[in-house]
Design a protein around this ligand. Structure first.
Ligand code: NAP
Length: 316
């Protein structure tokens, strides 16, 4: 008997909260096939992550699943159509990570703009003493910065950039009631900007939205920051744009086939790379884990879900 099946990694804090509230099993801790055959029908609640989702072969073996709680705001790995077809609502963890991901975007933006990784390497390697300073970087202040995906996190990024006195503009599917100019054409926005910060969700609708045309429009001094999803950027086009100097630099927290980062990308001097750490602090992962579990507890107690995804609205 196990009412909660855990597919994703959990913190110690989450484990102790889960143990207090549920009879739970971590799928990675058991013989998956044998366990699903014996206990799959007992599972009512599923805890997973937004990348992993619930693989179709596993979901099929959980015929009595009632709810999927995804620990993360992005849920492009969760097949919401399949969940809807079975009447299973999905919830995620919006808002509690806005500030952390915005800080990550800010770090990446400043690091790329000021050539921080190469500067640190010049100091650490002793090359400064031998060969002197690197060419001057460009200031992070008073830049025109385009945001692709001015949602919860995008707005937090705009707010955190304010002390740098930027001109913020944005692109999305719709104009919003915000004090920033709107572009309905991403290439046109990139052409006008010094930097493009992507914090758009993944999925078919945003796949390769940042393509060669957008990169060429940003240009040889342009900076591309991606904290959204790797799938939004055409990674092959990005590598050649950076190799050929058609794009100035890129600072990336997310990649097309994580945790793989193409060797050609890792070899480039004009990229900053972080391993999907947008929300990865003790405090924020604590808050995300709490929200993911609070949704499950609410459901178990017959209370309304705290943060269902929009696609589940028809089920609630
Ligand atoms: P949100 O509030 O839903 O904002 C998403 C924004 O993207 C909206 O402004 C939306 O504007 C825009 N958008 C959506 N679909 C689009 C499309 N097809 N074309 C153009 N723009 C589109 O979401 P959020 O909470 O800010 O999170 C955004 C994403 O950040 C998540 O989905 C996740 O992928 C990523 N994320 C990454 C990390 C990390 O660790 N790096 C952490 C958290 C989140 P319109 O509706 O007007 O188009």
């Amino acid at each position: 008997m196990s009412e909660l099946l855990i597919l994703s990694a959990i913190t110690d804090h989450m484990r102790s909260r889960i143990e207090a509230a549920f009879d739970a099993t971590v799928l990675a801790d058991v013989d998956q096939d044998a366990w699903l055959a014996q206990h799959g029908a007992d599972v009512r609640f599923i805890l997973t992550g937004g990348h992993l989702g619930v693989p179709a072969d596993i979901f099929a073996r959980l015929p009595n699943a009632e709810i999927i709680s995804s620990n993360g705001v992005g849920y492009d790995g969760v097949d919401t159509d399949a969940a809807n077809a079975r009447g299973v609502p999905v919830c995620h963890t919006p808002n509690v990570l806005n500030q952390e991901v915005a800080t990550t975007a800010l770090m990446l933006y400043i690091a790329a703009q000021r050539n921080f990784e190469a500067e640190m390497a010049n100091a650490r390697s002793g090359n400064w003493e031998k060969s002197g300073n690197l060419p001057l970087a460009r200031s992070a202040d008073q830049r025109k910065i385009g945001i692709l995906g001015l949602g919860r996190i995008g707005k937090a990024i705009a707010a955190k950039l304010a002390p740098f006195d930027p001109t913020i503009v944005y692109y999305g599917r719709s104009r919003q009631d915000v004090p920033f100019p709107y572009y309905d054409d991403l290439v046109a926005m990139a052409r006008d900007c010094d930097a493009l910060i992507c914090v758009a969700p993944g999925g078919a609708a945003t796949h390769h939205l940042i393509d060669r045309a957008v990169m060429d429009a940003l240009g040889p001094e342009g900076v591309l920051v991606n904290v959204g999803r790797g799938s939004v950027v055409d990674e092959v086009a990005l590598i050649s744009a950076l190799q050929e100097g058609r794009l100035g630099s890129a600072a990336l927290d997310v990649f097309a086939a994580e945790p793989h980062i193409p060797e050609a990308l890792r070899a480039l001097p004009n990229v900053i790379l972080t391993p999907h750490i947008g929300s990865a602090t003790v405090e924020t992962r604590h808050a995300m884990g709490d929200l993911a579990i609070d949704n499950l507890i609410a459901w178990k107690n017959g209370q309304p879900l705290i943060s269902p995804v929009p696609e589940s609205a028809g089920l609630l």
